[in-house]
Each structure stands twice: as C-alpha cells, then as structure tokens.
Design a protein around this ligand. Structure first.
Ligand code: GLN
Length: 336
C-alpha cells in the first residue's frame, strides 16, 4: 500500500494521564479487582516454567514523565519469553529500516498459534509477522553482527537499554528450553528451506532462546513499554534507545499480532498495542502516555495471562488508554 502524505500538515492524537495520585489509586484498584481471579494454567511445555508460584501477581504503570506506579510482586523476575520479540523487532528496525523488515518478516496476523508450522506452509514460507515464533526467529537472524555472540550482545544490551538496567539470562530457563525446543529448531530449518534464514538456523534459535530467557520484572516491562510510548527515549534514564518511527512500527505490529490469535479480540475490547509471553508477562502501551507491565503466570488457552489481561482491561478504561475511544466508555468486559 502506498500512502502519499507529501504536503499534508501532520498531527498526532494523544491526551494526558490524570494526576499522579489518581493513577496510583487506579493501579491499586486494577490489582485488587483482578487478584481473586483463579482461572488459567501455568505453561509447562518449557519444564522450568512450571516451577513458578502461580499466586505471583504484579501490576505496574510507567509514565512517559518517568513516574512509576507498582503494586504486588513488581520486582519478582521471570523470563521475558515472547515479549522479547517486540523489542528485538524494534532493534532490527532501528538497524535496517522499515522496508527491509517489512518485506522479509511481514506485519499481518496469522490467525494461528504462535508456534504454528502450518502458518509458514500456508504462506509459502513467509512468517507473516515478527510476533510469532517463525517471524521472531527470522527477525533475530536479521540482526547485524559478525558472530552469534555479537548478535546476542546487541540484543542483551538493547533490551537492557529499554529496561534501563542490565538484564541477565535465567540459565535454568535457557537450559530447560534448549533441551525441549525441537519445534523452534524445526521452524528455523523450515525457514532456511524457504530462504528466509541465511545464517546457521540452529545458531539463530540459540540466540532466540537466550533472548526469551532474559530476566525481567513487571516494573521493567512497564519501563520498556513507556520507552516505546515515549518515542524511543527511556523516560527513567533519559537515554534514546530507538528512533520515533521505529516505535510506531513496533506498536503497529504489537497491535496486529502481539496477543497471538486473540489480537483482534484484544484490540476490540482493550484498544492498546500489547505483547504477552508464556511465563505470564504482558506489556501494553499507550502512545504518548506510558506503558503497563503485568505479571501473573496463569494463562488462558491462547497463552495470555488471565489476571494480566483483566488488570490491563480495567486500566485501559479507567485511565482512558483505548486508542479508539474518543469519550470514556464501559465495555461488557467491565461487568464480569
Ligand atoms: N520461548 C518461547 C517459545 O519459543 C516463547 C513463546 C511465548 O512466550 N509465546 O516457545
């Protein structure tokens, strides 16, 4: 699609958050309203993930002015898993530009599970988007670097800049997933057969597995989200991590595919770009306003954290974060 905007005066549509006290009160309310929810199950296809305490729960909001609100287990660390896909995508867009990544990885939802092999076959080897495993592996393979170690260091330092602190790998999760990631290795081989991965596919999967095992907290996720909300500048450290246009691209693919095959439903009910991971984290972004980070390990059948979704649904409404709403509103989701 060619969109010609030459000569058009450009404008943005962002509002502002309520005052600090009100945001703080609403973050507590989001936690309280969602805490009792018992639904969902902890992921166990990566054995180390099944050992987590399912009661853990945290809700955090980081504002683009640097203020951070948190309730619950906000500093408990867990492996970032699929949420890394969004931030590695941003790093690759920053390095190679909008067009290169769009052509190779795509931006459309597959409508299928994140680890679907069928989606690759149905699309002639094209991964469709960077938020499913195939697209994420293809994205990681695009990152510039002479060696796997160099590419890995770029990811580790890049995601650390988003979080504003040095992130480290959870070795137990990394080893556990390495022992059981035959499916991802098969996906990488399939991409190789279609010419979508030019490096050694197993080496790429190893870097991808490490990126998924980086340890973050819900607070880190909120700050990482706020960095995307703030046009690429980390609002806590003041460091520019990626360009403004890269944030726009990243938020667009998060909106279309960040919540797996439920992304349409999520956008319809919540109206925010978001990304979830199988260890129970979710990051959601309100451009110009801030990021939400939640952590609760019990997942629904698409792999999205049950309590995290509820808490973000509440905050989206209470703080006015739905991108499509021009006036405050109540959705059926608030009523149950
Ligand atoms: N590392 C996980 C995998 O590749 C990430 C999946 C996820 O969080 N959805 O299966």
């Amino acid at each position: 699609m060619d969109v010609d905007v030459a000569g058009v005066e450009q404008a943005v549509s962002t509002g502002s958050l309520p005052g600090w006290d009100r945001v703080d009160q609403l973050v507590v309310a989001a936690y309280d309203r969602s805490a009792a929810s018992e639904g969902g199950v902890v992921a166990d296809y990566i054995p180390a993930l099944s050992e987590v305490d399912p009661r853990l729960f945290a809700v955090c909001v980081a504002q683009t002015d640097g203020a951070v609100h948190s309730v619950g287990d906000a500093d408990v660390e867990f492996s970032i898993q699929s949420i890394s896909k969004a931030f590695v995508y941003a790093l690759v867009c920053e390095a190679l530009g909008h067009e290169a990544v769009r052509e190779r990885v795509g931006v459309d939802n597959t409508g299928l599970a994140f680890d679907s092999v069928m989606a690759i076959e149905l699309n002639g080897g094209h991964p469709r988007n960077p938020m499913v495993n195939a697209g994420a592996i293809a994205t990681t393979a695009m990152l510039p670097g002479r060696t796997a170690t160099e590419r890995w260091e770029r990811i580790r330092s890049g995601l650390s800049a988003f979080a504003g602190r040095d992130l480290e790998v959870d070795d137990e999760v990394y080893r556990s997933e390495t022992r059981t990631n035959q499916r991802n290795r098969a996906i990488a081989r399939l991409l190789e057969s279609y010419g979508r991965v030019e490096l050694d596919p197993l080496e790429v999967v190893d870097v991808y597995t490490r990126q998924c095992a980086l340890r973050v907290s819900a607070r880190d996720l909120a700050v990482m989200g706020a960095t995307l909300a703030d046009g690429g500048v980390n609002p806590v450290t003041g460091q520019r991590v990626v360009a403004e246009g890269v944030c726009r691209d990243t938020l667009a693919v998060m909106a279309s595919a960040g919540m797996y095959e439920r992304s349409g439903e999520w956008l319809f009910e919540i109206g925010m770009p978001a990304k979830s991971g199988v260890s129970g984290g979710i990051v959601a972004i309100s451009p110009g306003k801030g990021g939400i980070g939640t952590f609760s390990p019990r997942l629904d059948d698409a792999g999205n954290s049950v309590r995290g979704q509820r808490a973000i649904a509440y905050l989206s409404r209470a703080l006015g974060l739905n991108l499509f709403a021009s006036v405050p509103h109540v959705s059926p989701i608030d009523l149950h």
